[in-house]
Design a protein around this ligand. Sequence first.
Ligand code: PMT
Length: 223
Amino acid sequence: FQSDILSGVRVVITAGPTREAIDPVRYISNHSSGKMGFALATAAMEAGARVTLIRGPVNLPDPDRIQCLRVESARDMLEASLQQLGECDIFIAAAAVADYRPLQTADQKIKKSAASDTLELTLVKNPDIVATVAGHEQRPFTVGFAAETQDVENYARHKLQQKNLDIIVANDVSRSDIGFNSDENAVTVFWQQSQQAFGQMSKTTLARELVRLIAQRYRAATE
Ligand code: PMT
């Protein structure tokens, strides 16, 4: 693995899920373990980059030699991401951000009602972090992920355009042996001119492959 392909390059990576509070003890979240984003952070660091990892709540230790920022909600993650933009050449959004959050967070624990068997929660859309970064005047080279359960290429290419990304890494999250929470993944990477598929392998090995490809496309875009 080449240790200098990102030498001096500043890379910011989001990883893990977000938590959207319903009340002081409950939240909406998803099954992201953070493994994919953490593996990318380590691979980018090994490739010579200066890495900042914006991590949602996951059970992984902070990797060595990487600046880690801990966040909970999508709005926290957006704020931390925007704060990094002055020092970011490449932004990689591997986090599984909650698309919606409760419109209101109750100050006290919501009590079980004796009167009704149902409880309604109204959700409101969260800001799109990677699209906001890609639309910013200090726009870094921007890489998104696409978690799909069907029609992977079409949805991934649509997100590439719609979110104004340079690269999108698509994974099929309908399978339990790859994607969310597993140690392995298989992806197809799309960019404007082409695409490349990576078969099933450990997230550690895949992260190195992805860093190599991202470094190539970054150089091609900035030279
Ligand atoms: O964490 P692991 O257990 O290792 O699992 C890895 C993974 C499956 C979570 C990862 O490989 C992955 O696919 N991450 C993206 C998950 C996701 O939210 O995909 P999406 O298709 O809903 O979102 C598309 C892109 O927009 C992503 O880059 C996402 O970070 C970003 N996004 C989405 C919503 C939002 N409000 N803000 C965002 O920035």
